[in-house]
Ligand binder design. Sequence first.
Ligand code: DP6
Length: 334
Amino acid sequence: MQWHLAAAHPNFALVKYWGKQPGPHNVPAVESISATVDGLCTQVALRLRPEASEDQLWTDGVVASAAVAARLRRFVDLFRARSGSAAAVEVHSRSNFPAAAGLASSASAFAALTLACDQAFALGGSSQQLADWARQGSGSAARSIFGGLVHLHLQPQQSLPTRIEALPTRLPLACVIAITSLQPKAVGSTAGMERSRLSSPFYAAWLQSQGADVAAARAALAADDFAALAEVAEHSCLKMHAVMQSSRPPLCYPAPVTWAAMARVQALRKAGQPSFFTVDAGPQLKAFCLPAAVAAVRAALGELPGVAQVRQVGLGAAASVSRSAHNPLREAGR
Ligand code: DP6
């Protein structure tokens, strides 16, 4: 029995992705820049079951819900089509952090599933191909195929593949995560993005101004300029939330404690601690910092009422895959 074991880390965007090009192929409407982080991880174990008529899909030790199973099955169908195989699959995925709570679990899950499918269906995809395939499951997953900082370029035509460029940095970035609530978000990113595209009066300005933010972030990284990176990353984050909040009905992902945490990080930066925040489609706050600021940021966020847990991560490695005769994830669930 051959199992394909893949692992991938989530990534947090410094210049945000929000919105898709109209059409069925999950093509982001904007380019973005992100940091893949260590510490948080999704593992996937997959085997082919050519004799079976249906896929068996498990997430975090339980049978996947109907909605999750449908999304996963559609994604595996793409690999069946690419390889010409009709084989059913058995998939177990397990994350060491909560899913669907704004911690980028879809990025790490689809990146890991991409590597497992690529190996199981013997496709031998290049890193760029793997990123393009991962993007079809979740836009941000393309970025988790790679480690460290990356630029996900805009696809000028939907028929062209996604392009990821690694952005080497000398900035020794750490990230402190303030976990507030572990409730799954009320509106997922996919539905939320479509709502913003159709109803936010700020959406056109969001698309139009993204190139300048990406250029500013790239220039800041190239110059090791933490302060300039902080300014554009917080701007991109708050602009994305303005688009979300101006959608109809509004999408309000930060909780009161998230806004309090943002104010804390800004106050720390003013007081000379190199740190900046970013917040995604959920109430968790991620504070990127230089090493000198980590202790102060951890302490300040940890004492905020409503912060349940503080975790510290660094820049993470690319997604990886191996083979095994056993499925360690199923055994862990027993
Ligand atoms: C707010 O990649 O989860 O985290 O492509 O619909 O799966 P889908 O969306 P997803 O969106 C991530 C949005 C974000 C910002 C970001 O990571 O850039």
